[in-house]
Design a protein around this ligand. Structure first.
Ligand code: ADP
Ligand code: ADP
Length: 229
């Protein structure tokens, strides 16, 4: 089952001069895949993540999420699709410091139309999946960096989205903590999550079963499609 499909996607920023960030990107991702998007700075990784995450519309081409053509949805429908079907994980965690760990995770469902009691029940379940049940009542500043990223991952997973998008999830962590977050990502994928991870670190990407390499806004190799460099 295909959960994500890109067909000839381009993205051009600005006009004077136009900056082409994506130049005809096509690939699809099946349910349960773990995919690295890899490439040097400026190759278009962030732009691709924003387009997949429906945060930005492509200049041309088609993005299908769970079979729905994102271009045919209104901004309101897109927001709901994003809230229900896409979980975001960022390098900088983006936790609310005044809220508890449990509240931070439950807030991942704020825009998905889920009642409060159910949000907290699902939050406790997600915290269990990332091994942080014993930190539910803590504030983020009372836990370690690795634990903060686990909270952010739990928040991304809480609604059981079709796709988890992780942007350099180990970028702010030391290598030991980063390795434990990578182990968690593998574990969550083994349990069924579809995960797309951006990284500029070829060593990290090599640990993942499929690598899509970008250069100057183009896919130059995709180990999942049998097109090797
Ligand atoms: P990466 O994440 O691989 O570093 P980006 O997607 O951030 O690549 O950038 C790809 C290209 O698009 C770069 O030339 C970058 O400067 C440009 N770019 C990215 N975002 C914008 C933007 N909002 N406005 C103008 N140019 C942008
Ligand atoms: P990353 O570290 O993930 O590659 P960047 O530093 O490339 O992120 O970009 C951070 C943000 O700034 C992104 O939202 C990106 O779209 C935007 N951006 C990147 N390059 C430009 C640019 N030349 N002009 C305007 N915005 C940009």
């Amino acid at each position: 089952e295909t959960v994500l499909e890109l067909d000839a996607v381009t993205k051009v920023y600005g006009e004077q001069p136009p900056v082409p960030a994506l130049r005809g990107v096509s690939f699809s991702v099946g349910r349960g895949e773990l995919v690295a998007i890899v490439g040097p700075s400026g190759s278009g990784k962030s732009t691709l993540l924003h387009v997949i995450g429906t945060l930005e519309r492509p200049s041309s081409g088609v993005v299908r999420i769970g079979g729905a053509d994102a271009a045919r949805l209104t901004d309101r429908e897109l927001s709901l699709l994003r809230a229900r079907e896409i979980g975001f994980v960022f390098q900088q965690f983006f936790l609310a410091e005044h809220a508890t760990v449990r509240e931070n995770v439950a807030d991942g469902l704020l825009y998905a139309g889920v009642r409060a009691a159910e949000r907290y029940r699902l939050a406790d379940e997600a915290l269990e999946r990332v091994g942080l049940s014993d930190r539910a009542t803590f504030k983020p500043n009372k836990i370690s960096g690795g634990q903060r990223q686990r909270v952010a991952i739990a928040r991304a997973l809480v609604g059981r989205p079709a796709i988890v998008l992780a942007d350099e999830p180990t970028g702010n962590l030391d290598s030991t903590t980063g390795a434990s977050i990578m182990a968690l990502i593998h574990e969550l994928n083994a349990a069924g999550s579809t995960i797309i991870m951006i990284t500029h670190d070829a060593g990290l990407a090599d640990q993942l079963p499929r690598r899509i390499r970008l250069l100057d806004g183009r896919v130059v190799s995709d180990t999942g499609d049998g097109e090797r460099p």
